[in-house]
Design a protein around this ligand. Structure first.
Ligand SMILES: C[S@@+](CC[C@H](N)C(=O)[O-])C[C@H]1O[C@@H](n2cnc3c(N)ncnc32)[C@H](O)[C@@H]1O
Length: 157
């Protein structure tokens, strides 16, 4: 059975801000690990939605955070997409991407985005769409031929 929006929202927002990882000052300084507080995430997305009222109503629209941390933005994007478009979690996750340098943040992000009692399908989507990599050198293929290889393929065809 698929997860309800309210259960998902409860799970995604039940992560205490900047918790779960020992982040010393040097690490924070080196990686700029200061996450966006939830109230600011809401405010920013509210303002974006005023400018683009349909930004979450199209279930096929894709979003990416290339320094996604523990998913402060991505989780709210998924919640809004499910709320506005009425799509299921699998669809919202399939169109949401993240890149993050620190492995422990990636793990937290996946746990958050997975929701409670995730299916294997959900875990597989997250393994593909949330990657641990340096955003400056990643090819943004997310396991599919959507990067340079496909571009070359198209040119050859
Ligand atoms: C300012 S935080 C923002 C996190 C999240 N987007 C948010 O708004 O809460 C920056 C994040 O980028 C990550 N980061 C730093 N350098 C990176 C790089 N070269 N590639 C990918 N992620 C990086 C950090 O580990 C940290 O989680």
């Amino acid at each position: 059975m698929s997860v309800t929006l309210s259960k998902y929202t409860e799970h995604a927002r039940n992560f205490n801000y900047m918790s779960g990882i020992e982040r010393d000052r040097l690490r924070q300084k080196e990686t700029a690990e200061v996450f966006t507080p939830t109230c600011f995430v809401q405010q920013i997305l509210d303002e974006e939605e005023i400018n683009s009222p349909d930004m979450f109503t199209n279930e096929n629209k894709t979003y990416m955070d290339n320094s996604c941390g523990d998913g402060q933005f991505l989780s709210e994007i998924i919640i809004r997409k499910m709320k506005r478009s009425g799509c299921a979690l699998v669809q919202a996750l399939s169109t949401t991407y993240g890149v993050e340098l620190m492995e422990d943040n990636v793990k937290l992000c996946k746990e958050r985005l997975a929701g409670p009692n995730p299916t294997q399908e959900i875990l597989d989507i997250l393994d593909k769409n949330i990657v641990c990599h340096d955003a400056l050198t990643y090819d943004y293929s997310f396991g599919e031929l959507i990067g340079i290889e496909q571009f070359i393929g198209e040119k050859l065809i």
